[in-house]
Design a protein around this ligand. Structure first.
Ligand code: G6P
Length: 381
């Protein structure tokens, strides 16, 4: 298959723009578009072996890089929607210090390429550790990948295909969003089967998910020019801090990772409430702070964390809900996204951060699609 840039300057930008379509394809693949509360057919269908779900008590997710960030969003969804305690570990760490075996555990490997050596080895190890034990410990493996025909596909019987299409840019964008979509589907499927949410609530979340493609388009249309301009102002910047909380803490990590991967600017993602325990010492007028302040349970907290940064002269950039007066007063620069419920906000919050990283790197004339020292898939330990 030959993949072309189709008029975009880089594959990464093209892939950022493909995200509304990717979300649509995921929704079509995973959900029943005519489902309403009370119907007997299920709202979500992932075609997984029902034995994966039986008496499920724990979920263990293994991943690397951006996939690990998607897994952190997944943990939030699986715990808050389906009520299943979920651990997320770097596969490279888990391999040499695995958690004690827990019964009735679903082990999920998340890897866009399906070829990351550490993720494959951690899953193989888990399969081996669990072989020949009492039935409640037997391995239940699930892969979330963009390449069902990969080595992961050979190792694991149950796969959720994320349907993102080939991603060329080394810095993952559309595959991250698609992995998060897979976790919405899995969490809703489990919530439905386990009756942890009323069906009306499941319907409400599905309605919200279906609005995301149009909302991503709106962010792309309304923000890109502004972010391109804004990127000019960070020609000399050497450090960035990204803050987020709750379901958007992983988005702060992802925003920081995108920026360091392609622009070579040092960037740290931090839970906003932890800033005062360390990173605040770094702040001055030369260190911009990007805060993700989405409407919901931690909105006021993130705003007050951002104000603490402002008191140290940091330039404050806010990813905020549209038309929020208080946010307008707090931040020096606003990257507004449509107002959605907190649970759905990560998919919108990540878009301006991808664009910011892209334009800062492109502005510096860097090889955005092939950053130095990085590989699209890391097939060695
Ligand atoms: C490499 C890539 C990252 C990616 C990570 C995990 O480091 O540069 O973009 O997130 O591998 O890749 P995977 O294919 O397992 O998702």
């Amino acid at each position: 298959i030959v993949v072309e840039k189709q008029g975009f300057k880089h594959f990464m930008l093209k892939e950022i723009y493909e995200q509304p379509g990717v979300v649509r394809v995921c929704l079509e693949a995973y959900t029943n578009s005519t489902w309403e509360a009370g119907q007997t057919t299920p709202p979500v269908n992932l075609d997984l072996d029902p034995s994966l779900y039986q008496d499920l008590q724990h979920i263990q997710i293994l991943a690397c890089g951006t996939s690990w960030h998607a897994a952190l969003v997944g943990k939030y969804l699986l715990e808050q929607l389906a009520g299943i305690p979920t651990m997320v570990q770097y596969a490279s760490e888990f391999r040499y210090a695995p958690a004690p075996l827990m019964a009735n555990t679903l082990v999920i490997g998340v890897t866009q390429s399906g070829e990351t050596a550490d993720t494959l080895a951690a899953l193989a190890m888990e399969q081996e550790r669990r072989a020949n034990l009492e039935p409640q410990f037997s391995p239940r493996l699930l892969g979330i990948t963009n390449r069902p025909e990969s080595s992961l596909g050979n190792l694991v019987d149950n796969i959720i295909d994320i349907h993102a299409g080939i991603e060329i840019g080394v810095a993952a964008t559309k595959t991250f969003v698609a992995q998060v979509m897979a976790f919405y589907a899995l969490a809703l499927e489990l919530a439905y089967r386990r009756h942890t949410l009323p069906e009306s609530r499941i319907e409400e979340i599905l309605v919200g998910l279906r609005q995301l493609p149009g909302q991503i388009e709106l962010v792309l249309e309304s923000q890109e020019r502004y972010i391109e301009e804004l990127a000019h102002e960070f020609g000399e910047t050497q450090d960035f801090i990204f803050l987020g909380r709750g379901i958007n803490f992983p988005i702060a990590l992802e925003g920081a990772l995108k920026l360091k991967e392609i622009s070579y600017i040092h960037a740290e993602g931090y839970p906003a409430g932890e800033m005062k325990h360390g990173p605040i010492a770094l702040l001055d007028a030369k260190v911009p702070v990007v805060a993700i302040a989405m409407a919901g349970s931690v909105y006021d907290k993130v705003l007050s964390n951002a104000q603490e940064a402002k008191a140290r002269d940091a330039r404050l950039i806010g990813v905020t809900p549209m038309d929020e007066k208080e946010a307008e007063e707090t931040f020096d620069d606003l990257l507004p996204v449509p107002v959605v419920e907190e649970l759905l906000s990560p998919i919108l919050a990540v878009i301006p951060l991808q664009l910011l990283a892209y334009h800062i790197a492109a502005r510096r004339g860097l090889d955005v699609d092939q950053p130095r020292n990085l590989a699209k898939s890391v097939t060695v330990e």
